[in-house]
Design a protein around this ligand. Structure first.
Ligand code: DC
Length: 223
């Protein structure tokens, strides 16, 4: 039995999971686990090791050997790969596509899911990703599925990755739609709403409204 709950937030790219999970974890005093960053780190580590994003078995090895840690630096969550801060490197459009590609392979998913279960074993965590409520913790105490209209998700993504406008809205929307199709039609752990998850459409909601809605489901956490 866990003394504190496991909270899962799944949903497509740009639905607001990152912002919302940070705020929710802060408000609840929970640890946040960004599972997407783990798939991104595998894509980066594979690229550096010369392993193709299509090669399932060696990719599983890269995922197993991954030396990854999450640390807070000057109040901001950062991701470290073998001691190097890769928080920005893993957010480029190229690594985003690579993460989507490597995450379709069973051996990669098995390794990362095992790490995620170990990290969240004691509870008091917010996991965000695509399969955290369906596969990683089907018995999570509180589950959410966060969604938004594709155009709104693309706009948010564009502001996040390319504030200077280096990528046009059309390019970002095309990438978002491509990743949506790949993430929700793959054989292993496709993106879907978990049993018992509360579906939240954030298209016209503010971050405060979404976090408020979530906090109402978390017993014992002051709002
Ligand atoms: O949430 P994100 O954009 O950082 O995720 C990057 C990619 O990783 C995304 O295309 C899908 C994949 N992913 C996954 O398959 N399962 C997860 N739990 C999290 C992310």
């Amino acid at each position: 039995m866990r003394s504190r709950p496991v909270v899962t937030i799944d949903g497509p790219s740009g639905a607001g999971k990152t912002t919302v999970s940070k705020r929710l974890a802060e408000a609840a005093g929970f640890v946040r686990i960004d599972t997407g960053a783990m798939y991104r780190a595998v894509a980066l580590a594979a690229r550096r090791a010369g392993v193709s994003w299509d090669d399932a078995v060696p990719l599983g090895g890269v995922a197993r050997e991954l030396d990854l840690s999450f640390r807070t630096v000057a109040g901001a969550p950062r991701v470290f790969l073998s001691g190097e801060d890769v928080s920005d490197t893993i957010r480029t459009p190229e690594i985003s596509m690579g993460a989507s590609a490597v995450s379709a392979h069973g051996p990669v998913r098995e390794s990362l899911v095992a790490k995620q279960r170990e990290m969240a074993r004691e509870g008091g965590v917010v996991l965000e990703g695509r399969d955290t409520g369906t596969v990683v913790f089907p018995d999570a105490e509180v589950k959410f599925f966060l969604d938004a209209a594709a155009a709104v998700r693309a706009r948010r993504r564009q502001l996040e990755i390319s504030p200077s406008g280096a990528q046009s809205f059309e390019e970002v929307l095309r990438d978002v739609l491509r990743r949506d199709v790949r993430d929700s039609t793959r054989e292993h752990s496709p993106l879907r709403v978990a049993d018992g998850a509360l579906y939240i459409d954030s298209t016209t909601m503010t971050v405060d409204e979404v976090v408020g809605e979530m906090l109402r489901r978390l017993p014992g956490v002051p709002r």
